[in-house]
Design a protein around this ligand. Structure first.
Ligand SMILES: C[S@@+](CC[C@H](N)C(=O)[O-])C[C@H]1O[C@@H](n2cnc3c(N)ncnc32)[C@H](O)[C@@H]1O
Length: 230
């Protein structure tokens, strides 16, 4: 076997071990809750015959959303719990995930932190499956909408999550403009990119664990007046 192939095998094995570690930590963190097994089973059954990756690849291009924005990846439940703890989420918060995929973060915010949570997802089947799961679980304060987050009314939200590692510049610029219209004190959490805008103050950045490895998460707050950058 060639040296290169051996290296690839080693990386693949290390990644499997790392992901197994994440799953085990997740299992022991949530097994005591009333919802973890139910949610995991619902996810398993909903995506038994088609993975979220294949659904987004198949349906995504028909939504008019650019290719870059449709590269699918997820935030593990355990990572979202750590991110929202770090953000200092409170019982008065209303959570939004812009581009919610399977809805993992929305379920976590609602079920673990007990706050109202909403997901906006462009790909119809993904939004539909999230909606069906939340109905099946009888969750009154979790909501899913199908559509383009750039067109959606997000004015009720107080804490936003955007896992837009691959989002193109045009979308990020439009998002910045949209987020600038939000009220003072609103929190914006982004994965892999900071929101560089005079209307947002970067509070901190920290690395968190994702299935592909560690990635930087940025925590911002909407300021009343533009921040002067020296
Ligand atoms: C990287 S995935 C993140 C999924 C989820 N937020 C998570 O962290 O587990 C990004 C998702 O955003 C969706 N998306 C991209 N552009 C969008 C848009 N303009 N409006 C709504 N959803 C969008 C994609 O279809 C994809 O499901």
């Amino acid at each position: 076997m060639m040296q290169e192939e051996v290296e690839l095998l080693k990386i693949g094995f290390a990644n499997r071990l790392y992901n197994m570690g994440l799953r085990i930590r997740e299992f022991f963190s949530f097994i005591g809750t009333s919802w973890y097994i139910k949610l995991s089973l619902d996810f398993l059954l909903s995506y038994l015959f088609s993975s979220p990756y294949s659904i987004v690849m198949k349906e995504g291009p028909q939504t008019g959303i650019s290719r870059d924005n449709l590269i699918y990846g997820e935030t593990p439940l355990i990572t979202m719990r750590d991110i929202l703890k770090e953000a200092g989420v409170t019982k008065r918060d209303i959570f939004y995930d812009l581009g919610s995929g399977r809805g993992i973060t929305v379920f976590l915010a609602n079920l673990y932190f007990g706050i109202p949570a909403a997901g906006i997802e462009a790909v119809p089947t993904m939004a539909d499956k999230s909606y069906k799961i939340k109905e099946k679980m009888g969750l009154k304060e979790a909501q899913f909408y199908q559509g383009d987050f750039l067109q959606a009314d997000i004015s009720l939200g107080t804490i936003f999550y955007i896992a837009g590692t691959t989002f193109d510049d045009e979308t990020i610029n439009k998002l910045k403009k949209k987020l600038s219209a939000l009220k003072k004190g609103v929190k914006i959490i982004t994965l892999s990119f900071p929101v560089e805008s005079p209307y947002f103050k970067l509070i901190k950045k920290k690395k968190f664990k994702f299935s592909w490895g560690e990635a930087e998460v940025y925590f911002h707050e909407r300021t009343k007046t533009p921040v002067i950058e020296l």
